[in-house]
Design a protein around this ligand. Structure first.
Ligand SMILES: [Zn+2]
Length: 214
């Protein structure tokens, strides 16, 4: 399944849900971003975008995300290290954008960069005693080195992703975050289940690949 499909479905779920729940625009954007990000995270293992040729739209999304991410992370790092100013929510948004851009790249350097970002998240999480951040860091640092459509494409990953989101929900005071994150992540696995190679939902307990064909 192509990255843009995952992104579109994830963002769609987020926007729809944001309309159903009466929330502020700012929150709606946040929920849509969380759902879209969750809908792509399973492919931090580098899965399908390896084989899919990037279309113009995907390339544009990738480059915009990558460069906006790099610039924002740069600015926020400067503000933090030179001025002692910390903007946690903006920082998370910037790192997510950067990851989004990297998600659509491939190769050893990409994996190394993704893992470095994961290590950075673990470090920040440890520093501020934010367990959600530590969990996300472990996921991000680990995922690139897993087999394609392996552990990140299982029910266990959905549970782990839900637990990470739950910790974020409590530590950052964002009610309902877990539901959006799980919905986004599940949408990814369901869409992949509709592709010819399917998804090994119960890996490594069972190597059976589940498929839904129409
Ligand atoms: Zn996938």
């Amino acid at each position: 399944m192509k990255g843009t499909t995952h992104l579109a479905v994830g963002a769609g779920i987020g926007v729809t849900a944001a309309f159903v729940y009466p929330i502020r625009l700012e929150d709606a954007i946040l929920y849509a971003a969380v759902t879209a990000f969750s809908a792509l995270s399973a492919d931090l293992d580098g899965t399908n975008l390896l084989s899919a040729k990037l279309g113009k739209v995907s390339r544009f999304i990738r480059e915009s995300a990558l460069w906006t991410g790099i610039l924002s992370v740069g600015c926020l790092s400067w503000l933090y290290f030179a001025r002692g100013l910390l903007y946690p929510k903006l920082a998370i948004a910037a790192v997510s954008l950067l990851l989004l851009g990297l998600l659509m790249k491939q190769g050893f350097m990409r994996n190394l960069l993704v893992s470095l970002i994961g290590a950075g998240l673990i470090y920040a999480g440890w520093n501020f005693r934010l367990y959600g951040l530590i969990g996300l860091g472990v996921f991000v640092a680990w995922a690139p080195w897993l087999n394609h459509r392996g552990l990140t494409h299982t029910v266990w990953a959905v549970i782990a992703w839900g637990a990470i989101a739950r910790a974020f929900e409590e530590e950052w005071g964002i009610p309902g975050l877990m539901n959006f994150a799980v919905a986004g992540y599940l949408s990814h696995l369901l869409l992949d289940t509709m592709t010819p190679s399917g998804v090994k939902w119960l890996f490594p307990i069972s190597k059976k690949s589940f498929k839904i064909r129409f």
